[in-house]
Write a protein that binds this ligand. Structure first.
Ligand SMILES: CC(C)(COP(=O)(O)OP(=O)(O)OC[C@H]1O[C@@H](n2cnc3c(N)ncnc32)[C@H](O)[C@@H]1OP(=O)(O)O)[C@@H](O)C(=O)NCCC(=O)NCCS
Length: 170
């Protein structure tokens, strides 16, 4: 299988925040942002694997900044590392200043998708080759995030999470 780069899977969704998508403070409702991120991540995983993909886990979400009603929100997703059948997707959320048009980072998230066949059984995906410094940094840290996610899901024993343990020992 031919390897791919994060650029091959990069997916950009830009949309407005409408009144029906806000909380009582008139900011974007968290669940709406999660859904937008899931959609963008799903497309990125599909572009990388060219298979059916399912969300296996939401590993990390940071709602650092509220996103006000009327904002233009851009969800940018790309595969940050591919394992056997699973892919880590890194998602950056940007908002645009109405007057200057300048983009600022509002939030970020990390999802795991798994490529499956028509029966839902996991299938192998192409390897990922990071190119930029940021892509390499995200690639390098992805294994310990996978181990943490598996430990929290009860699918890996903490003592087997060698990469994760190294973080605390070194
Ligand atoms: C995701 C799913 C296919 C995994 O199936 P499984 O029987 O656990 O399969 P495996 O144990 O072989 O795991 C497959 C891969 O998923 C990874 N994985 C499974 N659970 C994970 C988790 N919580 N976090 C990170 N990776 C996970 C495994 O590490 C493995 O990765 P690898 O092949 O790259 O090494 C299965 O649990 C599923 O279909 N879940 C429902 C998905 C869904 O419907 N999502 C939408 C939610 S509404």
């Amino acid at each position: 299988m031919q390897s791919r780069t994060p650029k091959d899977s990069r997916t950009i969704l830009t949309d407005l925040v409408l009144p029906s998508e806000t909380n009582p403070l008139n900011n974007l409702f968290g669940g709406e942002l999660l859904a937008r991120m899931d959609r963008a991540a799903s497309i990125a995983a599909r572009r990388h694997s060219r298979r059916i993909v399912v969300t296996a886990s939401v590993n990390h979400v940071a709602f650092n900044k509220a996103i006000p009603l009327g904002s233009v929100v851009t969800v940018e997703a790309a595969v940050s590392r591919a394992f056997k059948s699973s892919m880590e997707i890194f998602i950056d959320i940007w908002i645009e200043d109405r007057e200057s048009g300048q983009r600022s980072k509002a939030n970020e998230a990390i999802y795991t998708f798994v490529a499956v066949d028509e029966t839902g059984a996991p299938v192998n995906v192409p390897a990922l080759e990071p190119e930029t410094e940021l892509e390499k940094k995200r690639f390098d840290a992805a294994l310990r995030r996978k181990q943490l996610s598996l430990v929290l899901a009860g699918k890996m024993k903490p003592q087997d999470a060698t990469e994760l343990k190294a973080l605390f020992v070194e």
